[in-house]
Design a protein around this ligand. Structure first.
Ligand code: CMX
Length: 434
């Protein structure tokens, strides 16, 4: 048994009685009051999910297993000669809640290495799709096509005990995650680099190998590590995380769940916003003939967007009420490595002009930028100008957190999810409307 798996075993055994006690002895304790606006309005703020992988405070932002983004980046073991940590170490942290040692990281890296080989039929499938298929569709299709590999399905069909569901789920997580960078890079090279595929390098780490297969030199490996870590988790209620959890709650396996989370992430109100930001900026640049707009001109572009009934992509959030620390982490990267980049200047100008406009409009509860406002800038700078690819990067990262959650869902025996719905007439009756 690998070190990671043994550690996880120990953790799960210690954790199960806590969940059982909460359910058996405190199951009737009221957790908040649900209102009609919460029932109709996308369940905002309803406390009805549980996860120990990450927690999102509206004003502080995300903590991964209790660590803020700067703490996570600082404490995880670093790739030699690099500033960014191993993605493998972050996988260990999210799964176990502990900062890994160098040895733990090497163990996870070895697990990934053993499981990297992508079945040929996945590439055949990608090639069979029309070349102009959106990369998120390709990615989702590739993942669900591998469902036949599921260890969970094999174990389930062989009658595995409920208590052991998590083990084949864990195997599915590592098997799938190990292949995702190669599939993502394959889609990129096939679609946008004249089909010149670069084979994986077995000696490289998760982020470094991804940059290598993308064909982009250093420091793109650092960018990849940063991206995958930043996008990994945002507690359980966001569309991609919740979709993954919901699908898995029916005991659908990891492949079905991850394909589903990719589909949810592909919405413009969620992960696709990073592509929308670049598309929007390109539109502004065209209208400006490439020159940086003045503050007044930029304000006008923002008002034009709002007046035409569209949202300003990259701004606002369902939970956050301040600038997203994931935005800040990427902004700091830009200030260090690409302060004079023209798109960065556009994005920085937007940071200045959009919040006061959204505040003046008075609708958005959070006028501040989210993770998606900044991520395309860095990609563009390193030559990934095909912005419909950006959400694929988000999806690789998000899978780390959602898959970790699903392993724990199975370990703690969370049941099939089934909230209750009411009719409008019932709500009207409750509200006293005749
Ligand atoms: N531009 C214009 N209007 C906005 C806005 C924005 N960036 N953000 C919110 N609003 C509007 C909403 O559309 C809503 O209007 P209506 O009452 O007319 O429907 C109103 O303000 C209230 O919305 P809210 O409660 O503040 O925000 P929600 O929780 O409903 O939605 C989000 C959150 C992210 C979907 C929304 O802020 C938005 O559409 N942002 C732009 C898209 C985006 O950047 N998405 C990425 C989010 C991060 C991620 O998941 O990846």
């Amino acid at each position: 048994m690998s070190k990671l798996k043994a550690k996880l075993h120990e953790k799960i055994e210690g954790w199960r009685p806590r969940t059982t006690k909460l359910l058996k002895e405190h199951g009737d304790v009221k957790v908040g009051e649900v209102t009609i606006s919460q029932v109709i309005g996308g369940m905002r703020g309803v406390k009805c999910l549980t996860t120990d992988i990450s927690y999102l405070d509206p004003f502080e932002g995300i903590r991964f297993r209790g660590y803020t983004i700067p703490e996570t980046l600082e404490r995880l073991p670093k790739v030699p000669g690099c500033e960014m940590p191993y993605v493998e170490g972050h996988v260990y942290l999210l799964l176990t809640g502990e900062i890994p040692t160098e040895e733990d990281v090497a163990d996870v890296a070895e697990e990934f290495r053993k499981r990297r080989k992508v079945p040929q039929y996945v590439f055949d499938l990608l090639r069979a799709l029309p070349r102009d298929t959106h990369p998120m569709t390709m990615f989702s299709a590739a993942v669900v096509a591998m469902q036949r590999e599921s260890e969970f399905v094999k174990a389930y069909n062989a009658g595995v005990s409920k208590m052991d569901y998590w083990e084949p789920t864990y195997e599915d997580m590592l098997n799938l995650l190990a292949k995702m960078p190669e599939i993502a890079a394959y889609i990129f090279r096939m679609k946008y680099r004249s089909d010149t595929i670069i084979p994986a390098d077995p000696d490289m780490d998760f982020g470094g190998n991804f940059a290598h297969m993308m064909g982009i030199p250093k420091p793109y490996d650092e960018v990849s590590r940063l991206y995958f870590i930043l996008h990994s988790d945002h507690e359980s209620g966001n569309v991609s995380a919740h979709t993954g959890h919901l699908i898995a709650s029916a005991l659908s396996d990891m492949y079905y769940s991850v394909s589903g989370l990719i589909n949810g992430l592909a919405g413009p109100l969620h992960g696709l916003a990073n592509q929308e930001v670049l598309r929007w900026i390109q539109g502004v640049m065209e209208r400006m003939g490439g020159k940086i707009p003045s503050e007044e001109e930029m304000k006008q572009f923002v008002w034009d967007t709002l007046n035409s009934g569209q949202v300003v992509p990259g701004f606002g959030h369902a939970v956050l009420r301040k600038t997203d620390p994931r935005y800040q982490a990427q902004r700091e990267y830009c200030l260090k490595y690409l302060p004079d980049d023209s798109i960065f200047k556009y994005v920085d100008l937007l940071y200045k002009v959009v919040p006061p406009i959204l505040q003046e409009l008075g609708k958005a509860k959070n006028p501040w930028p989210n993770v998606d406002a900044q991520s395309g800038v860095i990609q563009w700078y390193y030559g990934v100008k095909e912005y419909d690819f950006y959400t694929v990067l988000f999806a690789v990262g998000r899978t780390i957190g959602v898959a970790s959650n699903i392993v724990w869902d199975r370990a703690l025996g969370y049941p099939i999810e089934r909230p209750k719905s009411l009719t409008t007439a019932m709500l009207e009756e409750i509200a006293g409307i005749k």
